[in-house]
Design a protein around this ligand. Structure first.
Ligand code: 13P
Length: 258
């Protein structure tokens, strides 16, 4: 069984002080949970402070973006070496907010993934359809296009996929567990058909995940974890999501032992 993976995407929230305060209260809340992998992706400015505190824990540190060149005259951009030196082991690429507000195309996403992987960073690749696309029954077509473009000439090692339907992000409108699983199933089948090692890759759901809906979403066979925005900003609510995600493993273990 794939280990549940819960990731916090803080987006443009939290100063350095707020980051330290969050992490110091969050660590004791999850210290006994070993069956869930946890990652926090704060803003760039908080990475080093977060890394100093997280060093003695199993909690991973991620960035929310990266540039596809290694170094040079690219004002305002951040390279893989900079992320590694700040303590990151992972980077979120292709979030719908970056696609929408910063014109990131699948081609750019593909270049970013290649640079990140070449430098040993793990990647969470975000894909998902808009409300209009869903209403026009184009969900699978959109996912196919994003997977084809973003993963061109890329092997699946070190990659996690986050399915984030744009209409569910920050809206309080979660996809039903059936809707999430249906999209995840499509993604899994696409990966099995087109790439090696698809069974090991984890597919996270993102979009209005809360402590209350985590267990139901995670009860679906193809939902391996969550990418959490708003509900990851408070230590107790994020810790509760992590705990609830572990229930999947505990249920499975109970099933295996009877
Ligand atoms: P919300 O959990 O706030 O809907 O955000 C989801 C998201 O975009 C995570 O990357």
């Amino acid at each position: 069984m794939r280990k549940p993976f819960i990731s916090a995407n803080w987006k443009m929230n939290k100063t350095v002080d707020e980051t330290e305060e969050f992490i110091n209260s969050f660590i004791p809340m999850v210290k006994d949970i070993t069956d869930v992998e946890v990652l926090i992706a704060p803003p760039f400015t908080s990475l080093q402070a977060a890394s100093r505190i997280l060093k003695t824990t199993n909690i991973k540190l991620g960035a929310q973006n990266i540039f596809y060149e290694e170094k040079g005259a690219f004002t305002g951009e951040i390279s893989p070496a900079m992320l590694l030196s700040a303590g990151c082991s992972c980077v979120i690429i292709g979030h719908s907010e970056r696609r929408q507000y910063f014109m990131e195309t699948d081609e750019i996403v593909n270049k970013k993934i290649k640079t990140a992987r070449k430098n040993g960073l793990e990647v969470i690749l975000c894909i998902g359809e808009s409300l209009k696309e869903r209403e026009e029954n184009k969900t699978f077509e959109v996912l196919n296009g994003q997977l084809t473009g973003s993963l061109k000439d890329i092997s699946l090692e070190g990659i996690t996929i986050a399915y984030e339907p744009v209409w569910a992000i920050g809206t309080g409108k979660t996809a039903t567990k059936e809707q999430a699983n249906e999209a995840h199933e499509y993604i899994r089948k696409w990966l099995v058909k087109n790439k090696e090692g698809a069974d090991k890759l984890r597919i996270l759901y993102g979009g209005s995940v809360t402590p209350d809906n985590t267990e139901a979403l995670m009860s679906e066979p193809e939902v391996d974890g969550a990418l959490v925005g708003g509900a990851s900003l408070k230590p107790d609510s994020f810790a509760q999501i992590v705990k609830n995600a572990g229930e999947k493993i505990r249920v499975n273990n109970r099933r295996m032992s009877v």
